[in-house]
Design a protein around this ligand. Structure first.
Ligand code: MSP
Length: 512
């Protein structure tokens, strides 16, 4: 996409506010932030996240704490916002499903679907998993329990409203065939296709045996929490209210989710959108899980890691880097503190932090802290790395974060190698001043490129780099201006060596 094209709209799932957030929630949100920060450098961008506050799961959690659900949510939301702020997440909007702006539109959707005949009254008898807020056919249960989370299911027998999901099966299959990349990764696409081929049941979209939800207009009961929740993606951007704004952003460019909720987002969600006369999102990307000892990290499994503590320990930017660099996006990855420490000490402290430190101390020692005039036009770096910004941008928007970082690390490695091979201290000693100027210039310019390219991933540490490099302009401007050519850094810029970017972290040896 180039400037002037449609806006970039990226979303995360809205998180159940049934307790404290964990690292899994940070993961999706940080990834969305990296996408948004990258897109924002060159096109209008909107990044939405938020909290899923209705439903039995949240109501039960509140009741267990002796609070009303609203009180419970109001108390927890600031924790989630503080967490995201602590991880430098810059969302454009944070939607809460208990907000009026959302509730009225969810009711409007319900009415529209009912008027169109896509919603009808019927009897629901079957199983329900409260943890996943999911209806299950008896044939799908595993040993009588929820096939997704393994918990016990409840028997439900209610007069409910149904959404005519089965009527959308053919269109869904056709859509999947026509746009084979709309659901990624391929494994999830295949899994969803298999579900479609097996056949679809209509979906109950109301609940009558409890009341923590959006009331059904003109009837008792509340709207099924998943219908309520999915709609956040359009209620937040002005559906049925601000047509121009809605058209600017919908269909979403990238909807990020964890793979366990792929069915809701790639089967139920497009069908609802079509029933409303709207388009399906351009891409739903269902990423893998952070696992511990082979198990999904989750609150219900009791193995959740506190992201506040991790941030204190490793720093938000190192955590962000780790989450994007460690595993290909889409695959599961196993989490361990050793791995975070290795990335931090290896890639960040040794490769990047030392490069900055070494460079600036030589500029200090040999050139009084001032960037000398180099020969950027004749530099090998100019040639080798001319295409790097556009490659990195493409990899990021393609959600190939690990590859994007590997590309950036080619420059880190090349700059470190230039110091080791061309030995500035020898150039200084032998009085080869023009060569030394050219080399020091390239090192500073290379660091400027690195700060710009890494800014979406590590917004705080790169600002620190930027200050040390003398604050050379806007770090988050369009790369086609900041990185238009090798040589953007002005000779004469005064650098200011600062504290180490990534102080090494020593892990205590595990207890035997
Ligand atoms: N409220 C629903 C989503 C509604 S969206 C319209 C929900 N909430 S949740 O709190 O359970 O959050 C699920 C999401 O959190 C996952 O889809 C994923 O994005 C993220 N993660 C939760 N645990 C995770 C891991 N262990 N690993 C990676 N991501 C994880 O489902």
């Amino acid at each position: 996409m180039t400037k002037g094209e449609r806006a970039y709209y990226v979303t995360t799932p809205i998180y159940y506010i049934s307790g404290e957030p964990h690292v899994g929630h940070v993961y999706t949100t940080v990834v969305a932030d990296v996408l948004a920060r990258t897109a924002r450098t060159f096109q209008p961008t909107f990044f939405l996240t938020g909290t899923d506050e209705h439903g039995q799961k949240v109501a039960n959690a509140a009741a267990a704490a002796g609070k009303t659900p609203q009180q419970w949510c109001d108390e927890l939301v600031p924790r989630w916002k503080a967490l995201f702020a602590g991880y430098h997440v810059q969302y454009d909007d944070f939607i809460r499903t208990t907000e009026k702006r959302h509730i009225v539109k969810v009711q409007r959707v319900f009415e529209q679907l009912r008027e169109r005949g896509d919603v009808y009254l019927g009897k629901y008898e079957g199983w329900y998993c409260v943890n996943d807020e999911t209806f299950w056919l008896a044939s799908k249960l595993v040993d009588g329990c929820c096939p997704t989370c393994g918990r016990e299911v409840e028997w439900i027998s209610e007069d409910d409203w149904f959404f005519r999901l089965s009527a959308y099966r053919d269109r869904l299959i056709e859509h999947f065939r026509r746009f084979p990349a709309w659901v990624q990764p391929r494994s999830v696409y295949n899994e969803m296709m298999a579900i479609l081929e097996e056949g679809l049941e209509d979906l109950s979209i109301s609940r009558t045996n409890f009341d923590w939800g959006v009331p059904i207009p003109g009837d008792g009961g509340v709207i099924y929490v998943w219908l309520d929740a999915l709609l956040n993606y359009i209620t937040a951007i002005g559906w049925s209210e601000d047509e121009a704004r809605f058209r600017t952003y919908w269909p979403a460019s990238t909807q990020l989710i964890g793979k366990e909720i792929a069915r809701f987002h790639t089967i139920i969600w497009p069908a609802i959108l079509w029933a409303l006369g709207e388009a399906a999102p351009e891409l739903v990307f269902a990423h893998g899980w952070i696992t511990i000892d082979g198990q999904k990290m989750s609150k219900s499994l009791g193995n959740a890691i506190d992201p506040f503590a991790l941030k204190e320990r490793f720093g938000a930017d190192s955590m962000r880097y780790f989450l994007l660099r460690e595993a290909p996006f889409g695959s599961d990855f196993s989490y361990s503190e050793e791995k975070i420490a290795q990335r931090h000490n290896g890639d960040l402290a040794n490769d990047l932090g030392n490069l900055l430190q070494r460079t600036l101390s030589m500029v200090g020692r040999y050139r009084g802290g001032v960037v000398p005039a180099g020969r950027p036009g004749a530099s090998d770096f100019a040639q080798t790395f001319a295409g790097l910004p556009m490659t990195v941008r493409a990899r990021i928007l393609d959600l190939r974060f690990r590859e994007a970082l590997e590309e950036i690390w080619r420059l880190v490695t090349a700059l470190n190698r230039a110091i080791d091979e061309r030995k500035p201290w020898v150039l200084q000693k032998e009085g080869r001043s023009a060569e030394l100027d050219a080399l020091l210039y390239d090192l500073c310019e290379g660091l400027r490129w690195l700060a710009v390219l890494l800014h979406p991933v590590m917004p705080e540490r790169t600002r620190n780099m930027w200050r040390q490099l003398g604050d050379p302009g806007a770090i988050d401007a369009d790369w086609s201006s900041t990185l238009a050519r090798w040589g953007g850094l002005e000779a004469g810029t005064r650098t200011a060596i600062g504290a180490s970017l990534f102080p090494r972290i020593e892990l205590l040896a595990a207890e035997p």
